[in-house]
Structures are given as C-alpha cells and as structure tokens.
Design a protein around this ligand. Structure first.
Ligand code: GDP
Length: 831
C-alpha cells in the first residue's frame, strides 16, 4: 500500500500524455494540485467504473481533442470544454477549502500535541488514564473530521454533479455514477493519508484502518512520545526522579566511603562529591569516622543507626556468671622492683629451680609464668616480667592479670626510681601489694630504713601499723620465703579470688613469639573457664585451634583451668603480650572477630599515623625548642626482647633529647614498618630479626636506615650515643652477601654441608656468617668451609652455587638463608 501505489497511479497517468506540468505538480507532493489532477481525472472519465485507476483513460480522453471519440460535434466539444472549465474552477475552490480544512486539522493536531505534552508533564500515575482518554479523543476527532471532510466533499461533488455528469452521461451513453470517481478519490486520499501517517508513524487510527478489521492497533502518538522522552532521559543519565527510599544505615565507628555509599544505596561518586562539598578530599577507599559519616547519611536523607564496632564480638561477650558456678582460683602474682634488687633471684628461690641459665648477659629477655604449691597446699601463679613496661602494656590492653604485686626492695639499698614506679603501677591497677625486703642476709641490711622510706611513698607496712604486709627475705639463703608465701596466700584469701572453670576459656597473653619449628607460640594465663586441646579461639588479631598445650614444666597437658599459665600452639599468627584469648564456638566466628580487630587496628593506626607525622612534627618544631625527639622503630625476635628494648629506650634521654619508640613488635621487619619509619624519619632497629626482601628494597629506595643487633646493650649504646650526638666512626658490620640453602648433605669428617646458591653480593670464606630462618637469626659464627665444586675457594659470586659448612654448628635446613657480613669502619649515621 501507500507510496508505491500512489506512484504507480501517478506514473500511469503521466504516461497517459497529459501535459507535463500536471504530472509534475503531482509528483511534488500531496498538495492541492494533486487534488486538482485527481478531480480532473474524475470529471473527464470516459468509462465510469473502470477497474484500474481510471484517471489514465479519462485524462487521455479529456485532455486530447484529437483522440476524442468519433461522432462528437464541435458544439458538443465546446460544451464539454465549458463543463471542464467549470469543473476546474470548482475544483480550485474545493481544493482551497480542503487546504483550509487541512490547515485547521494541522492546527488541531498541533494543539492536541501541545495539550498532550502538557499532560505528559503531569503525574505519571494518571498517565495510563490520560493516554486512554487522549486516544479516545483522538480517534473521535479524527472520525468526526473524516466524516466532515467526506460530507464537504460530497456536498461539493453534489453541486458539480449535475453539470458534469450530464455531459458525461450523454457522452458515454450510460449512467455515470458520481460515486465511482468520488469513491476512487476518497480511497486515494485515504491511501495517501495512510501513507503519510505511516511515514510519520503517527499511529493514529484512520477510518480505513479502523474498518480494515485487522485489529492490530498501532501505538498512539502519545506512547511514542513517552518512549522517546524516556530514552532521552535515560541518555541524559539519572535525572529521572526516583522515589526516594529512606534507609536505616548501620554506622560503625569507622566506615569506608564505598561501603557507606553501598549501605545508603547511593552512588559512590555522589558520596565523594558530597564529602568534597564538606571540604574533605577523600577517595572511595578511605575510611571515615562515624561523625563525618553521620553528616553524609543525613545529607542524603537516610536514617543513622549507630552500631558499636564491637558488635561482631558479641559472641564472646562475658555472660554473667552464676555465683554457684564459681570456685576459688589461685592468685596471680607479679614481682616488681628496682633492677638488681633480686627479683629474678627471688623468683628462682621460690620456684626452687634456677631460671634457665645462659641467657645473653643474664638479662631476663623473656616473660614467663609458673605455678608453685606451698607447703600448705596452696597453689600460686607467678608472672616473671622483665620490667614494668609489660605490666603497663598489658593493663593498657585491658588484660589485668595480676592479683597481687610483690614489691622487692633490697634491704641494703633504698627505695629507688623503679621501686617508686612499681608502687605507682600497683596503685594505679588497684592491686594489693606485699613488700619483700630482700637481701636480709647482707650485713648492710637495714630493713627499717626501707620501711621508713616506703612510708614516704604512702606504702605503710604492718610493722609501721599499716595494712601492707611486709616480709624480710633472702633469695640466697631462703630465709623468710615460707613467710612470704604465707603472706601471699593470706592476701589471696582476703581477695576471695574465684572463677568459673566450666565456661568457655578466656585468658591473657603473657608472652608470644614466633618459634622456629613450632610456629607462633603464646604463653597464656587462663583467667576464666578451661582451655582444652582442640578449642577454637581468637586472640587479639589472631585466631586458631589449640593444637597442643604445654605447662610451665614443659609437659603436654590436655587442658588448663583458671590461673594456669600454659603455652598454646596452633595460632595463625603471633599475638602480642596483653592480648586476650577467647574460645569461640566456630572457626568462622573466630576468624571474623580477628579480621575485624585487624581492620580496626589498621584504621586506628592510619588515623593516628596521619596525625603523628604531620601534626606532631609541626608541634615538635613549635614547642620542643629545647627538647629534640628521636623517633625509632623496634622489631625483635620475641616479645620479651622488644619490651626490654622499649623499656631501655624510654630511659634514654636528658633535657635536650628524648627517644620515642614509634612502634615495637615481633618478627621480620616488614614493608609497613619501613613506611612508618620513612614517614617519621626514624631508623629501624632489628634485634635478631632481618628485613624481608620487599622491606629491604623499599628501605633502600626511601633511604630508611635499618640496623641489626644481637645484643641489647649494643642497641641501647648506639641509641644513647646517637641521642647525645656522640656518634662517631665505629666498627660496624656490613652485609656483603646472602645465600640460600637449597640442599643439605652429610659429609663424613665435615658434618653437614649446605648446598647453596649465592643470591646477592658475594660469599667470602673469611667473613662472618649468620643463619637466618624466617628472617630470624638462628646462629652467628664463621665458615668452616666454602667450596665451589670440589675446590675450596676464597669467594663465590652472586648467582653461583657453592657448599658451605659452619664452624661448630650443624643445624642447617633447606630454605634457610645465610647472611655474610664483614666488619668495617663506617661513619655512624643514626638519625
Ligand atoms: P633483678 O635485677 O631484680 O632480677 O635482680 P637479680 O635477681 O638479678 O639479683 C641481682 C643481684 O643480687 C644478683 O647478683 C643476686 O645474686 C643478688 N641477690 C639477690 N638476692 C639476694 C639476696 O637475698 N642476698 C644476697 N646476698 N644477694 C642477693
């Protein structure tokens, strides 16, 4: 249908030999000319009722007198011509009318379109209704219009008919129903209109379409417009107004921007933009504090629901214990006092066994704990702390493990600075004290002087009519030890210490270390419940399943109850002293809590780090005009060493300079340590640990100094010297190479030989060597042999294989790393 048919019709007519201009006007669009042409065709049709478009034949007949049918007189011809003229004039008139009608219709259409658009602006809910209504109207109007048009055309035709039909009839000698051409014209017009409509895809329902009965209704114009509008808005992106859903946004203490956006169901970009408007330049991965996040949530119109960060820890929340379940437990005792007043000796004497001898320099580098039973059958748990730092750091982590403090004061000495510190710690922790006046065997012993001095520090002993028990003892002779234990037992009775051994265990980490061969090991003092083998637990930021429990005598045990110190194996990482251990029901819970704590700690560090680096440095520049601060980082092989170093560091300093330990920890020096050191311009001190490969390269890149030590005194001396600006040239170690052990061979007469590849630098026979396992120093010594193939060589270069054996040391394993170093004189560069 449509255009094609129209063209065909026109073409036929054009070929019919009518003057070209007629054809031209026709082919130039559906104007009035078209109508004129059609009309003419109708008027001169010679054979009414011709099946095919009759215009062709009629045009031929009317338009070319030479082809007029035979037997027509001139008069007749003239009459016909006159009639033709009249018809033409009428046609012009009619065409004008139609044009006017068309125009009116167009106007009407425009008006309706405008109306429709206005309507579309209105609420969308009413849309469906509106559309239905509009369509209805549309159709009605169209119908009315069509009817009106038809009526007008009919009327016009009726006027013309008498004039034209008569001659036509006379000429054709048969009735020429006016209906035929009119119908044709109407059909054509309708066809054209339909073609036009189709082209515009107006979707309007024409009468023809309506009558055609195919039932398939095209979409209305309004629907098309809506569709277009939707597409446009979609393309413009998001200006579509959605109905706002107000959400309850769960807000923890810190939240990452992207997660905040997620919880509000808003776009991250919008949240970032909003933060920028508040003057905060953040990325989507940055954490926000709850207060900032709350402002954002409110700005987006959502509801804030503050949740505690600790919600995840609810599973280990202390369930209030039923008094009936409580049974008495042994007291936990910490011995404190000034250095050399005899703490270790006293602990040894009490345990009736010497602390494992052979610790470098006799310094107690590890925290331990043990239990003793008095002659009266009372069990006491002793913590062996190397100083007060551990006590305070444990307290600051919320692990108050100590029930009673035994304050050791040497009878031949006086109350010293650390004695006062110990008193203050005990008081701050509200832990009762028992004074042990030691070294009573010494001739210079003057216990009353000690009692009097203690009085000055508000420690009133029983002998001075106070409430603090005091016992004169000698760690060497054993004098007064039983009295001391009795005093402790008595104090413990007064305290009425109780715990429920039936519940899930909770304990505090006394000491933790990464043990070669056993993995991470934590000494835990159980506080509540009973820890059993196979229990799943979370401890600080670590979690695990109890693989083995080892008591203070080195024996494996199946369980440990309240106040029992026990070594726990089966952790996934090394916790820190003071971390609390809790048994959970499932591993998933334990992992979730550990992960949450790790994240929380990270966020806290990040927040603190930002504040320290910039603000504090600025502050330092402003305030500390006189006191310079020397920041350092400490990493050690075990917690005890780290604590001892930190404690020593805190004592260094005078009015001009102070040492500040930014961070201390256990294990290899990592990249994050280097990052922190770089940010604060601090050197990193490694005690029996090494930096891992990535940390080493980062340190090189960023110019962070890493110094390694095996003796605490050396480390302390260096820092002291640096702090007092006395650093001068020194003999220092210089690492010249690293080799990795690939295989270990047993060679008779030589012992174990390590088959290595030199991975860095050079291996030199004359140099010193250290054996590292997991970046922790296992052994230090010299080489017995350095072989390349079968030959003894002085040196092996990087990338080459070699055989090495240590002097007087055999415990080498594949994957161990051999560090080769030389001593040389260098200028000290420490901070
Ligand atoms: P700590 O630093 O407090 O642990 O003190 P130590 O236990 O290492 O003792 C320091 C020194 O004092 C050691 O040489 C001990 O032998 C000595 N010492 C400790 N207790 C006594 C004692 O009761 N009598 C005597 N005569 N010497 C003692």
């Amino acid at each position: 249908m449509s255009d094609n048919d129209g063209k065909k019709t026109l073409g036929l007519r054009g070929a019919g030999g009518r003057p070209g201009n007629v054809k031209q006007s026709f082919s130039h669009g559906r104007t009035k000319n078209v109508v004129v042409e059609t009309k003419r065709k109708r008027v001169v049709v010679p054979k009414p009722g011709a099946a095919k478009p009759t215009g062709g034949a009629s045009a031929k007949a009317g338009g070319d007198p030479s082809r007029r049918p035979a037997g027509i007189s001139d008069a007749e011809l003239e009459r016909r011509m006159r009639a033709l003229k009249a018809a033409k004039a009428r046609e012009v008139e009619e065409a004008a009318e139609r044009a006017a009608a068309e125009k009116a219709r167009e106007e009407e259409r425009n008006r309706r379109r405008a109306e429709q658009e206005a309507k579309e602006q209105e609420q969308r809910e009413a849309e469906e209704k509106a559309r239905a209504k509009a369509d209805e109207e549309d159709r009605k109007k169209r119908e009315t219009e069509e009817a009106a048009k038809r009526a007008a055309a009919d009327a016009a035709a009726a006027v013309a008919a008498p004039k034209t039909e008569a001659p036509a009839r006379a000429q054709a000698n048969k009735p020429a129903p006016a209906a035929t051409p009119r119908k044709n014209e109407r059909d054509q017009r309708q066809n054209r209109s339909k073609a036009r409509d189709d082209g515009r895809r107006s979707g309007k329902l024409t009468l023809n379409q309506a009558l055609s009965g195919d039932g398939r209704r095209q979409k209305s114009m309004a629907a098309m417009k809506r569709k277009q509008e939707r597409a446009r808005q979609k393309a413009m992106g998001g200006s579509v107004e959605r109905e706002k859903v107000i959400r309850d946004v769960q807000l923890p203490e810190t939240i990452v921007v992207s997660e905040l956006a997620n919880r509000m169901a808003e776009r991250v970009a919008d949240v970032v933009k909003s933060l920028m408007n508040m003057g905060m330049m953040v990325t989507q991965n940055q954490a926000l504090d709850a207060d900032t996040a709350e402002l954002i949530i409110e700005e987006f119109g959502h509801k804030v629901v503050r949740v505690s960060d600790a919600d995840v820890e609810d599973v280990i929340a202390d369930n209030d214990e039923d008094d009936g379940d409580l049974v008495s437990r042994p007291p936990v005792i910490t011995i404190m006092g000034h250095v050399d007043h005899g703490k270790t000796s006293l602990l040894d004497a009490i345990r009736d066994a010497k602390v494992v001898s052979g610790e470098a320099g006799g310094i107690t580098q590890h925290i331990g704990a043990y239990q003793v039973t008095t002659d009266d059958g009372v069990t006491l748990s002793f913590l062996d702390t190397p100083g007060h730092a551990a006590f305070t750091s444990m307290r600051s982590r919320g692990a108050q493990v100590t029930d009673i403090v035994v304050l050791v004061v040497a009878a031949d000495d006086s109350v010293m600075p650390q004695t006062i510190e110990a008193i203050n710690h005990a008081k701050a922790a509200k832990v009762p004290m028992i004074v042990a006046i030691n070294k009573i065997d010494r001739p210079a012993a003057d216990p009353n002087k000690v009692r009097a001095e203690l009085l000055q520090h508000e420690v009133i002993v029983e002998a001075m009519s106070g409430e603090v028990q005091d016992v004169e003892v000698s760690a060497i002779t054993g004098q007064g030890l039983d009295e001391l234990l009795e005093a402790i037992a008595l104090q413990s009775e007064i305290l009425e210490l109780k715990a429920n051994p039936e519940r899930a265990a909770q304990g505090a980490v006394i000491e933790a270390q990464l043990d070669v061969g056993r993995g991470p090991v934590a000494t835990v003092l159980i506080q509540k419940g009973t820890l059993k083998q196979g229990d799943i637990f979370v401890v600080g930021e670590q979690y695990g399943k109890v693989r083995a429990l080892i008591n203070d005598k080195g024996e494996r045990v199946n369980e440990a109850g309240p106040s029992v110190p026990v070594e726990v194996l089966g952790l996934n990482g090394t916790p820190e002293a003071g971390d609390v251990l809790n048994v959970t029901e499932t591993e998933a819970q334990a992992r979730e809590i550990a992960e949450y704590r790790e994240q929380a700690a990270k966020d806290k560090r990040a927040a603190a780090g930002a504040a320290t680096t910039l603000e504090q440095l600025m502050q330092k520049a402003k305030d500390d005009k006189n006191v310079a601060e020397m920041p350092i980082l400490v990493k050690a092989d075990v917690q005890g060493s780290a604590e001892a170093i930190v404690q020593a560091m805190e004592k260094i300093g005078n009015d001009e300079v102070r040492v500040r330990v930014l961070h201390s920890g256990v294990g290899a020096i990592s990249e994050s340590d280097i990052g922190l050191a770089e940010a604060s311009g601090a050197p990193v001190m490694g005690f029996n640990v090494r930096a891992n490969a990535s940390a080493r390269s980062t340190a090189n890149q960023k110019g962070v100094e890493i110094r390694y030590y095996s003796v605490i005194y050396d480390l302390v001396d260096d820092v002291k010297a640096a702090a007092s600006g006395l650093l001068s040239a020194e003999i220092r170690e210089n690492f010249i190479g690293y080799a990795e052990i690939k295989e270990v061979f047993k060679v008779s007469n030589v012992g174990k030989v390590a088959g290595c590849i030199v991975t860095e630098g050079v291996a030199r026979r004359s140099a010193g060597v250290r054996l590292l396992r997991d970046n922790v120093v296992i052994h230090e010594g010299t080489l017995k042999t350095l072989k390349r193939f079968k030959d003894e060589v002085p040196e092996v270069q990087s990338g080459q294989e070699c055989g090495m054996a240590f002097e007087n040391y055999d415990d080498v394993r594949p994957k161990d790393v051999i560090e080769i170093f030389e001593r040389e004189e260098v200028t000290r560069t420490l901070a």
